[in-house]
Ligand binder design. Structure first.
Ligand code: NCD
Length: 287
């Protein structure tokens, strides 16, 4: 993680200078079998800023997977066309299946409610840039901690640093899964589970999440929980707390927060491109 942060800082200069031709002649594949705007375009931008050509497959319904092809076969085929593969897929565990057969570098861009490692890495970079450190960070995570894959991955990464602590704000139905809390327990990481935003405002970072509509079987349950937590400017205006969100937001951060200097979620998006440039360079042995 420290190495990635360092390469990302170098990449900032490349990005600000308009990119380079590091990957001229390379072809990268972006496979997005689940809706995405930010992550897909962020990878696309990162690849193109480094001079690569990009081939894309969008939407499960338009792909051979829909005809019944296995993930293994799809990946084996696409490895013949490309020098690296990025994949988002609705099934938890699909990234492991794909990576097991990939003969080119493979990046998980979100496997259902599983994990979203590149989002977590850009979140780590954002925390480092906004707060100047990762050691000692107290983070509050709010919202859909059950289905929100970004908070799972971020917990595992931030948990690698010294003296970090977590305040987890969610309704009982959307609590952080056991796979994450048992990791906290094993590592002796301090965490508390509460039900109101107000109990989570004494942190360095507040990380808001969207309630993941597409993971609910019961629409009425989603409707009941979707706007349980709304962060307003009054919550954070005079506090030294950095506000983050992986986006898209669907109402859980009031737009009156946007103008505050501690609203970091749009800076977080920019960091995503630079982090992905760094990751591609590292995976292909260029950094
Ligand atoms: C997140 C995702 O896809 O998990 N978005 C993103 O990658 N920026 C968060 C979300 O969809 O709520």
């Amino acid at each position: 993680m420290d190495a990635i942060l360092k390469v990302t800082e170098d990449m900032e200069k490349v990005y600000s200078a308009g990119g380079n031709e590091m990957f001229k002649g390379k072809v990268f594949a972006n496979l997005f079998y689940e809706p995405s705007t930010r992550t897909r375009l962020s990878f696309d931008a990162a690849m193109k800023h480094l001079g690569a050509s990009v081939i894309t497959a969008d939407g499960l319904q338009f792909s051979s997977l829909y005809k019944g092809e296995t993930i293994e076969d799809t990946i084996t085929v696409i490895c013949q066309y490309s020098d690296a593969i990025v994949m988002r897929h609705p099934e938890q565990g699909s990234a492991d299946t794909a990576a097991a057969v990939a003969t080119v570098p493979f990046i998980n861009a979100g496997d259902g409610p599983g994990q979203h490692p590149t989002q977590a890495i850009l979140d780590m970079y954002t925390i480092f840039k906004e707060r100047g450190t990762l050691d000692g960070i107290h983070i509050t995570m709010v919202g859909d901690l059950k289905y929100g894959r970004t908070v799972h991955s971020l917990s595992f990464l931030l948990g690698l640093y010294k003296d970090v602590s977590f305040t987890l704000v969610s309704p009982p139905e959307l609590k952080m899964p056991e796979k994450v809390t048992s990791f906290f327990d094993e590592k002796g990481i301090a965490y508390t589970e509460v039900e109101s935003i107000e109990e989570g405002l004494d942190s360095d970072v507040i990380y808001m999440t969207r309630v993941q509509k597409e993971r609910f079987e019961d629409e009425a349950e989603y409707e009941r929980l979707k706007l349980k937590y709304i962060l307003k400017a009054d919550h954070v205006r005079d506090r030294d707390i950095t506000v983050m969100h992986p986006l898209p937001r669907v109402g859980e951060i009031d737009t009156d927060v946007d103008a505050l200097p501690n609203a970091a979620y749009f800076r977080q998006v920019r960091n995503g491109v630079v982090v992905r440039m760094a990751l591609l360079a590292m995976l292909l042995g260029k950094a």
